[in-house]
Design a protein around this ligand. Sequence first.
Ligand SMILES: [Zn+2]
Length: 469
Amino acid sequence: MATMTFFGAAGTVTGSCHLLSSGDERYLLDCGQFQGPWEIEKLNYDPLPPVDQGISGLILSHGHLDHCGRIPVLTRNGFTGSIYCTPPTRDIARLILLDSAHVQKEEYDWKRRRLTRSGIEVASPLYTTEDAYYCLDRFDRTIRYGETIRLSQKMDLTFHASNAGHILGAAQITIDYPGENGKKRRLLFTGDIGDGGRPVVPDPDRPERPVDVLLMEATYGDREHRSYEASVREFEETILETIRKKGTVLIPSYALERTQEVLFHLKKMHEKGIMTSDVPVFLNSPLAIDITRLYHRHCSFCRKSLAGVMKRGGSPFVFPGLHLTETVEESQAIHHVPDPKIIIAGSGMMTGGRIKHHLKHHLWRDTTSLVIVGYQAQGTLGRKIVDGADTVRIFGETVAVRARIHTINGFSAHAGRRSLVEFARQADPELVILVHGEQKALSGLAAAIEKEIPRARILVPKLGDKVRI
Ligand SMILES: [Zn+2]
């Protein structure tokens, strides 16, 4: 008999972490960080599965922080098993975890300076840079899509990964385990799954049947995205209009996948001859620059056409007029470059990073366009701007919002409701467990799947629940 216990992304989007127990063997699927407002982030301080009871390994679906961001805590607690993931996920997780440790320390120092005097207690960082470095030793088992890995010598417990079509190297995980009376059973964990039809990563693989249990993400379980083609058109038109008005385009962007997609479309605009190198584009994020290099190193995980370009020494992300600005001095010098210009900088939700400096300089100008290509969580600076704030506070100053705000919502790396239901229909499992979604998305998807696969039992677990599979 096997069970699943949920230590994250159960009733929430973030914090993906599920424990599979089969006989004496215990494996974690992901070990991600909770992200968002403090009510959610404080869950990071709750206990993880006790490592002294024996966790043999961790299978990591992909390198987003909400899937890998508590690994340094797990290794500090004494976890010494192997971490299984694809080569791009290993390299991405390294950059993401070290960056996360650095950001946590900066935030902690800043909050401590400002809040301690008012008697407000500031939570310590979850882990240090040393903790993040230490956990990297555990990433010792890289896997390829389609390769079968035997997890246990004693038991018939194997798994293989297939393409999830979400970000570079993201995997769906299919685990074969012994059920009651030794009968073989199959669990399919989707990780985060994409919609297909994207320029950089290939379409997700179909589920490999027969599937008994489907552990599925539900981020967009209650809605569809705007069509990708329409979103790309809107993106291009916004940029061209701002260039005509001799303004600045600000693009707050997630460093992983979204930035590469934005660069890909800007290059296409050059190739079509609708944009020229006279308009400088600044990629002002050291993390995004490092991650873009990983797309070249692991080009075989990209679409075939792009992999071919990269293997021949070209790049789908580099074009005339692109400037990679890594140092603080280079970043400050951008302010003296005359308009029109385009600035891509993190963080994606404008909560920190270099984008805040650019917002301070440009948000109050009516010639600026702020192009939002990613999700803006409640409580973030990005969300306040999207919700129509007239003024915002940046570095202690009040800044008027006079820029034009454009929200392009079709660039998501997650499947919309129709694709999720179709994936479940193809898997045709007897049990569907829905995770990684807000309540509305979880119940919306549960209702849609119930209609499509009437015979399936559907569960929406809460944090700490244990389910027999
Ligand atoms: Zn993800």
